[in-house]
Design a protein around this ligand. Structure first.
Ligand code: NAG
Ligand code: NAG
Ligand code: NAG
Ligand code: NAG
Ligand code: NAG
Ligand code: NAG
Ligand code: NAG
Ligand code: NAG
Ligand code: NAG
Ligand code: NAG
Length: 832
């Protein structure tokens, strides 16, 4: 204000002058300045007649009403609004003119027209000169006003916009680079809004990288780089590990995670409660900045599972757990001052212990003397340290202490415990051993007990032996008596009446039988699997009433199949059955249900049984022959398994023929002929037949080799008279087989005798065979052409030789021999 007051008279002059002083910018001086720098407007003073006279210097800016700078002699200078401190005269020694103005710290708003005016005070107004005009151009290098984040986390498929705006004079141009190359708009990326926006609509892997925007004008260029990164959920790199600590120590669990972005939050739980909410941990727990959990000091109750969960807000949080085991010397947690032992019964004097690591042993004192239970009959220290008295007597009364130990030692003994021997309660009323009622009726079962003198009255409770809850709604309890109304089948069972007081708990039981129901479920179902059958047996459930008999039905199915098959069990009431016609190596489910005149009962529990596997039949017939003799030697326990309609071995995949049909056994003079018919279906697949037989034992293979597919009969000798033989014929394809039905053949008792006869006859006939053999040999040597026709004959002859060498089995008589050769080729074999 002071300055204006001083200058006031001057203004009048100046404004008058200004009216005359506009001069066009045609001869103006053009100056370009850089933002923030300074500029000098050079303005000389031409004194009239070159004689210095007093003058007022003023600088005006077009558009501003008040001059931006006024100087007059020694008066304080005036600076216009916004120019304070930025305008000054240049020093008088400088090469610039006397009226030159130094404008510093140039702003963009400084751009415009300036006029330098010098007014000579002692001259007439009209004699003044026009001022000098300047035009100032302010240039600014680019500077960013908006830039993208330095790091941008994306997921594939996201859309993002990178925004880069810059100011400057002249207006900067924005250019975008991805890594080192200019961004080519197109596809999923585009550049919008004068280049300030780079949009990527569907981020792919190849879009990941560094994006740089460059702002450029004549005064310079600047750049900003944004890194586009695929975001990743937090992954635990160092999970916590199990720790064992002594009470009072410090424990630290790590939980290090990696994530993008890396702002991972780590949370900790003890079991399922956040650690901060676990009251006992409150003052001792800290979660460090690196995510690790510290408990200091640890206490016994800190033992447990600790779980950390990491998350950066992306994806599912990960978690990891570790166990803390806090060890401490074994301690007594509770000392009952009085404990009771029931006279003449078994009883326990308790020692309440906590220990980690687990209890090793407990020492006891009685009346201040060490108790040595292993020297004392009737007293045992149990695993949990308590003392078991198998039969209490008065001498057991006394004052006891216990001291527990573990690997860390002990925290001391219990206090003294007064052990009193008292008579236990006794039942005054006991329930009957058995209550039989009909469905819908009610039953009242009685029970009462009385305490011994000086002890408390026992509490009497009823329980089911199987632990199921009693149905309160149908129950009335008066004292020790219990009444169950509207009896149901489910009320059937054993019941306990339990009487307890501080001295002992005594139990008595009864059975409640609810009659007039359907049978209860059979139980203890057991199975003996065969390969084609399963032998089942079970225990009957309650039949429903004393007058009822029950019959059973077996339900079974292949596991995973939906349909059950049923088989009625005969004879009536039998509790076992063999289920046949199953497949080997297959899992079946069995259930048994009983039925009485009231109807079907309840199904037993499901029993799952797998039938036995059969040894897979090798496909190579020559090696199979070898292996058959190794693993399933005809004289040994065969390929293991019996048979069914399905076949002998668990068939591997592959086409198989149909079953051989109409197997029959016919007795002939020198043995038995097994005949069959070729399968109706796929008979062309047959590579050979095999015959299986058994009597009482396991199945065996009859023919050491295999029967050729074109043959359908086979001679067997030496079947033992009086036995019943079972036969099956198996038709083998390359990879599978199919079995005929099983047939039974009782060998007449007289056969044994006959076999001996045959043996004797055979012995005589041997010589004839030998002659034939030598004749045959000569013929072979001499007439090879005929070999083919004689081949079969020859083979038989050789076999007969073998038989003689083996000397164990009866040879074959000559006359049937020819027939055998003709009909049965070399398949005839003897059975043991
Ligand atoms: C001064 O300004 C006036 C008005 O614009 C103009 O006519 C005159 O030529 C100027 N004189 C000089 C010396 O420039
Ligand atoms: C203009 O003023 C600035 C700041 O006071 C100074 O640094 C500069 O030297 C001056 N220029 C001239 C030509 O006097
Ligand atoms: C940690 O302890 C728990 C429980 O004791 C156990 O199941 C788990 O296997 C332990 N882990 C390791 C790495 O030892
Ligand atoms: C971490 O940062 C990302 C993006 O910066 C945000 O979405 C997320 O919520 C943050 N996560 C946490 C746990 O602060
Ligand atoms: C110790 O074990 C016995 C038998 O299992 C049990 O009856 C007793 O209550 C247990 N005592 C304690 C203190 O756990
Ligand atoms: C329980 O039943 C018995 C025998 O009927 C009877 O003597 C006794 O008084 C009953 N107890 C109660 C509390 O009703
Ligand atoms: C029934 O089976 C259970 C175990 O499976 C066995 O303990 C029990 O003795 C069996 N009961 C009978 C009567 O065989
Ligand atoms: C069958 O076995 C014989 C003799 O061991 C062998 O030469 C032949 O290659 C085998 N054939 C196949 C198909 O394995
Ligand atoms: C025959 O048996 C032997 C040994 O028992 C076995 O190594 C071989 O693989 C079997 N051959 C076939 C074809 O099963
Ligand atoms: C074969 O057995 C079937 C029934 O299994 C019978 O119908 C058929 O007549 C029998 N054929 C011969 C030739 O015995």
């Amino acid at each position: 204000m002071g300055m204006y007051a001083v200058l006031h008279p001057l203004f009048f002059v100046i404004f008058i002058a200004a009216v005359y002083c506009w001069s066009g910018p045609q001869d103006a001086v053009h100056i370009t300045a850089i933002l923030g720098e300074s500029v000098v407007f050079n303005c000389p003073v031409d004194f009239p007649a070159d004689q210095p006279v007093p003058y007022v210097l003023q600088w005006e800016k077009k558009g501003e009403e008040i001059p931006i700078y006024i100087w007059y002699d020694s008066y304080p200078t005036h600076s216009g609004e916004g120019y304070e401190g930025r305008v000054s005269r240049v020093s008088q020694d400088s090469p610039y003119g006397l009226a030159s103005l130094n404008l510093t710290n140039i702003r963009e708003s400084d751009q415009g027209w300036y006029e330098c005016k010098v007014v000579f005070l002692n001259r007439l107004p009209n004699s003044h000169k026009n001022g000098t005009w300047f035009h100032l151009d302010v240039h600014a290098p680019p500077r960013f006003s908006v830039t993208p984040e330095d790091v941008i986390y994306v997921n594939l498929g996201d859309a993002i916009i990178l925004n880069c705006q810059a100011e400057g004079t002249p207006a900067p141009v924005i250019q975008w680079y991805k890594d080192a190359n200019p961004v080519e708009p197109g596809g999923t990326s585009g550049i919008f809004n004068d280049g300030t926006e780079l949009r990527i609509s569907n981020i792919r892997h190849e879009d990941i990288g560094d994006y740089t925007c460059i702002a450029k004008n004549g005064e310079g260029q600047i750049s900003h780089t944004a890194r586009v990164i695929i975001a990743g959920g937090a992954v635990i790199m160092v999970p916590p590990s199990n720790k064992t600590k002594l009470e009072g120590e410090k424990v630290q669990f790590t939980c290090e995670a990696k994530a993008l972005p890396g702002n991972v939050t780590v949370r900790w739980w003890k079991e399922t409660t956040p650690v901060k909410q676990v009251a006992s941990l409150e003052t001792r727990v800290t979660v460090r900045r690196d995510g690790s959990l510290v408990i200091n000091p640890v206490a016994a109750e800190d033992t447990g599972q600790y779980t950390c969960q990491v998350s950066n807000g992306i994806g599912e949080p990960q978690s990891a757990s570790a166990y803390l085991s806090v060890e401490y010397p074994a301690k007594v947690t509770f000392t009952p001052t009085v404990q009771y032992l029931p006279f003449r019964l078994g009883g326990v004097v308790q020692c309440y212990i906590k220990a980690n690591p687990p209890l090793q042993y407990v020492t006891w004192t009685k009346d201040k003397r060490l108790l040595e239970p292993y020297q004392t009959k009737d007293i045992v220290i149990m695993n949990n340290g308590s003392l078991l008295f198998t039969r209490v007597n008065q001498n057991h009364q006394g004052r006891y202490t216990c001291t527990p130990y573990n690997a860390q030692g002990t925290q001391g003994s219990s206090g003294p415990m007064e052990v009193l021997v008292r008579k236990p309660p006794v039942f005054t009323v006991e329930p009957e051993p058995l209550y039989q009622r009909k469905v819908g009726e009610s039953v009242e079962m009685h029970c009462d007990a009385q305490e011994a003198e000086g002890t408390q009255k026992p509490i009497i409770q009823w329980q089911r032996k199987d632990g199921l809850p009693l149905q309160k709604a149908r129950l009335r309890v008066v004292g020790g008596n219990i009444t169950i109304d509207s009896l149901r089948r489910t009320d059937f069972g054993y019941y306990h009446c339990v009487a307890s007081n501080e001295v002992a708990t005594i139990v008595t039981s009864t059975q409640l039988v609810v009659e007039g129901t359907q049978p209860h479920a059979p139980y203890n179902l057991t199975a003996v699997p065969g390969d084609f059958s399963v032998a089942l047996s079970w225990l009957p459930g309650y039949s429903g009433g004393p007058d009822y008999k029950q019959d059973y039905t077996v339900w079974f199915r292949e596991s995973g199949e939906s349909d059950w098959s049923t088989i009625p069990v005969t004879p009536s009431g039998s509790t076992q059955i063999t289920v046949h016609k199953l497949n080997p190596g297959t899992t079946y489910e069995f259930q048994v249900i009983g039925k009485n005149p009231l109807g079907d009962g309840m199904l037993s529990k499901v029993l799952t049984v797998r039938t036995l596997e059969l040894v897979p039949k090798p496909e190579n017939s020559s090696s199979s022959r070898k292996n058959a003799s190794q693993s399933s030697n005809m004289d040994g326990p065969l390929p293991v398994k019996p048979t069914t309609t399905e076949g002998f071995y668990n068939p591997p995949e592959g086409p198989k023929p149909g079953p051989p049909r109409n197997v029959t056994v016919t007795e002939i003079s020198n043995g038995f002929v097994i005949t069959w018919q070729a399968p109706l279906e796929k008979a062309h697949l047959i590579q050979y037949y095999e015959i299986k037989y058994k009597t009482d034992g396991p199945w065996k293979t009859l023919n050491r080799g295999q029967v050729r597919p074109e043959d359908t009969s086979y001679l067997v000798k030496n079947l033992v008279g009086g036995r019943t033989y079972h036969f099956r014929v198996l038709a083998y394809s390359a990879k599978s087989y199919e079995s005929s039905d099983e047939i039974k053949f009782p060998v007449p008792a007289r056969v044994k005798h006959k076999a001996i006869t045959a043996g004797v006859v055979g012995g005589i006939l041997f010589f004839i065979v030998a002659i034939i053999l030598s004749v045959c040999a000569v013929k072979i040597c001499n007439k090879r052409k005929r070999r083919k026709q004689e081949k079969e004959y020859n083979m038989v002859a050789c076999r007969v030789t073998d038989v003689r060498n083996g000397g164990q089995t009866a040879p074959v008589s000559q006359v049937p021999l020819k027939k055998v050769v003709a009909s049965y080729r070399d398949y005839s074999l003897e059975l043991p």
